[in-house]
Design a protein around this ligand. Structure first.
Ligand code: SAH
Ligand code: SF4
Ligand code: F3S
Length: 484
């Protein structure tokens, strides 16, 4: 779930201590601009950072020019993600030449790997903080204030920022990410995340419920529960399933989702990412049981060939994945499914690529994120295999995959024409904001429809009249009243 938002604004301040801070006031050089790259976890983390710094009097701004502190929350997942961040940092370095008091910091997944280079060799930044070091940001900023470079990239086995109420940087007020786990223990051979974010840990379910309840009370109508592998969420359980503290209850992902679903029928629940090796029927049954848990699962396959999956250390075979797809269709008859595909992984042959094409034709995902393999430092694949599929072959395979997906997405959308879907209204449409509104179906497909007597956060029934591969076009035939 890659998402890019460059302009971000602080929401009305929820932190008791920070209410004295008037939004917009230029508080002794405490104006903060945060720019986030990468996955939803990073966007959610930026809101934790905004909350931690609000307690120290920092207000966020969407205008980088008026900021005294610029923090870039970075991603390392593929090489081009890092290249884009470095380009941005070079821009800020130029600005610092005539604005020496400007503080530029790097947060997130590039922090650990590039701290030395960014701070010393290239002198691009003043501050580097890794994903588990955000509570330390106020003191790191103080250190920078005394003329030093400040670094904390320590990873933690415990930190979940459970007690921090994130400050919403996205003004939409309809839908919000809620982190439920941090880190990842899976060690897929291509993936840098276990190195940048450390060991997996689950957040206390009560704090998750409190955050969702608070969002609901502030008018939000959708939460997306976030983790690198949501199915491995386990509170008060070891990875072997043993109870850690016998005086406390245990909670798995299915149980957590049920607790969140019961908060209100008006709060939609989404979740990402599901892992094929861990997604259980128990989870599928909860999705089927609650109308407000969306019938949509993002289930990354990566490759359709079992040998490639073994080299990737994904922990499942082609057959296992297909069995999980069959289970989804059996338990949740009307469920949209999307995936992630990596093409051109080490030693991938034409026949192995053909297996990815054939599984695409078999599953017919509604939507996919598709990538060329990008070798990442420290990963198992970097140490064990050679990145030996030529660039032109990777590019040709990717084009074939994208074209096929485009066809499948259009086919899936065409099947929806003539049907009626419950849509959560998100706001004016991007292309024609004066004429159309847009929202999402439970399947996570964007729907666009003429403006009417409804607003964002309303649920409406939309009859679909037409479509493209990415969007459903329709008209509102009913405005649904709130259930409570
Ligand atoms: N935790 C999620 C994925 C997180 S990263 C999961 O396991 O499914 C998001 C996606 O980026 C991955 O699913 C994968 O398709 C892609 N990705 C990760 N590392 C990559 C790499 N080295 N090169 C290309 N794509 C990569
Ligand atoms: Fe990376 Fe695999 Fe963990 Fe996903 S499950 S974050 S791909 S190591
Ligand atoms: Fe996410 Fe990128 Fe880090 S995908 S976990 S921000 S490496």
């Amino acid at each position: 779930m890659n998402k890019e938002k460059n302009e971000q604004e602080a929401d009305e301040n929820r932190q008791g201590e920070a209410t004295m801070v008037k939004p917009g006031s230029k508080l002794n050089g405490k104006k903060l601009f945060i720019e986030s790259y990468g996955c939803a976890m990073n966007f959610a983390d930026s809101e934790v950072v905004a909350s931690i710094l609000a307690k120290k009097g920092y207000t966020t701004t969407s205008d980088e020019k008026e900021a005294n502190v610029i923090l870039i929350n970075t991603c390392s997942i593929r090489e081009n993600a890092e290249t884009r961040v470095r380009r941005r940092l070079t821009n800020f370095k130029n600005r610092k030449k005539h604005e020496p008091t400007l503080i530029v910091g790097v947060l997130g997944c590039m922090a650990e790997r590039l701290k030395k280079r960014l701070l010393e060799e290239e002198k691009l930044v003043d501050l580097v903080a890794g994903p588990d070091a955000y509570r330390d940001l106020p003191s790191l900023l103080e250190e920078v204030g005394t003329g030093q470079k400040a670094v904390n990239v320590l990873l933690s086995r415990e930190e979940t920022y459970a007690d921090i109420s994130p400050i919403k940087l996205d003004k939409s007020g309809v839908t919000s990410f809620v982190s439920i786990t941090r880190g990842c223990d899976n060690m897929c051979s291509f993936c840098v995340v276990p190195f940048t974010r450390g060991r997996e840990r689950s957040r206390d379910p009560q704090t998750i419920l409190n955050e969702c309840r608070d969002l609901l009370e502030r008018g939000y109508r959708e939460v997306t529960l976030l983790g690198q592998n949501v199915d491995s969420y386990r509170w008060n359980l070891t990875s072997k399933g043993e109870i850690k503290d016998t005086n406390k209850p245990t909670t798995n992902f299915a149980e957590l989702m049920e607790m969140v679903a019961q908060l209100s029928p008006d709060l939609r629940i989404r979740f990402s990412t599901s892992h094929p090796k861990d997604m259980s029927d128990e989870v599928l049954n909860i999705i089927a049981k609650y109308e407000n848990v969306c019938n949509y699962i993002h289930l990354p396959i990566q490759s359709g060939n079992t040998e490639v999956l073994a080299r990737m250390n994904r922990g499942y075979s082609r057959e296992w994945y297909l069995e999980r797809i069959e289970a989804i269709h059996r338990i949740i008859p009307d469920c949209a499914i999307s995936t992630d595909i990596i093409t051109g992984f080490c030693d991938e042959t034409d026949d192995e690529h053909a297996d990815t094409i054939s599984i695409m034709k078999e599953v017919k995902w509604d939507f996919s994120y598709m990538y060329k393999y990008s070798e990442r430092p420290k990963t198992l694949a970097e140490r064990r295999f050679e990145d030996n599929v030529p660039e032109n072959v990777k590019a040709a395979r990717l084009t074939e995959i994208i074209d096929l997906q485009q066809f499948h997405s259009l086919e899936a959308n065409k099947k929806h024409v003539g049907k009626t879907f419950k849509v959560l209204v998100e706001g004016p449409s991007k292309r024609k904001p004066d004429e159309f509104m847009s929202g999402r179906t439970g399947h996570n497909t964007k729907a666009v429809f003429p403006i009417g007597d409804f607003g964002k956060c309303d649920y409406v029934m939309v009859k679909i009249n037409d479509c493209t591969a990415a969007t459903l076009l329709g008209e509102v035939i009913e405005i649904l009243p709130p259930t409570n």
